[in-house]
Design a protein. Structure first.
Length: 232
């Protein structure tokens, strides 16, 4: 395994508010990392920096050896927290958009997963529920053969059965040469797939360790540890 993401002394402010405070991390390929913390702790900001959407920060960020640039955008598959697909699109239009835009997009894989979810390729996005839109967006993102998958709250609008199905998609569609970083507040529903957990609070790293080490050293689930660290 190699370090796909290397972050050193990263800080980010919005005006006078320090959102990320001198954090340093490395993430290896072949892992699924849970990024968890209270609302407003900097999770989305961190993911946007990795995706190249935020560029005004202090410190060093490297993805596959590159600072965020055109190359890193080509190897990063990013799922934002909010829907970004146009209302006029049908599901089949969204698939073709990704197919045209990303050279690493696997159209056949996307169409197979759409059928598995029982989604209609002719349905317009504006007529879809939030949960259906989340399914579609995750299918599109995970159908790329990327090195880094950044998923910001991918399961918020889904029922428990759909969450399990979506987690299976994540598990089955990344490789030992890639990594998945998932920001989520649904810890209990997701922690079974995590290899490593990073907890952020007050802009600082509160916990950064493998799930196995954390469970062995604390005797707690990841959700239980989260409640203890942040006094929920």
């Amino acid at each position: 395994m190699t370090n796909l993401i290397e972050v050193n002394s990263l800080s980010k402010k919005y005006g006078s508010k320090l959102v990320l405070d001198n954090i340093s991390l490395t993430f290896e390929s072949g892992t699924i990392i849970g990024l968890i913390g209270p609302n407003g702790c900097g999770k989305t900001t961190f993911i946007k920096i990795l995706s190249g959407l935020i560029r005004d920060y202090n410190g060093s960020v490297k993805i596959d050896g590159h600072s965020p640039d055109e190359y890193t955008k080509s190897i990063v598959s990013y799922l934002p927290e909010k829907t970004y697909l146009s209302d006029w699109m049908k599901i089949k239009d969204a698939i073709m958009f990704f197919n045209d835009f990303y050279s690493d997009f696997d159209k056949n894989k996307a169409e197979t997963m759409i059928r598995q979810f029982g989604l209609d390729p002719e349905q317009k996005i504006k007529s879809m529920s939030k949960g259906m839109q989340e399914k579609l967006q995750l299918v599109l993102v995970m159908s790329r053969n990327a090195k880094v998958y950044l998923l910001d709250e991918p399961l918020g609008g889904l029922d428990p059965a759909s969450r399990r199905a979506m987690l299976d998609i994540i598990l089955n569609n990344y490789s030992e040469n890639s990594l998945v970083l998932i920001s989520t507040h649904l810890i209990y529903a997701v922690e079974r797939i995590f290899d490593r957990v990073v907890m952020i609070g007050g802009g600082k790293i509160m916990v950064n360790d493998t799930v196995d080490n954390l469970r062995e050293s604390t005797g707690k689930s990841i959700e239980g540890l989260f409640e203890e660290v942040f006094k929920c």
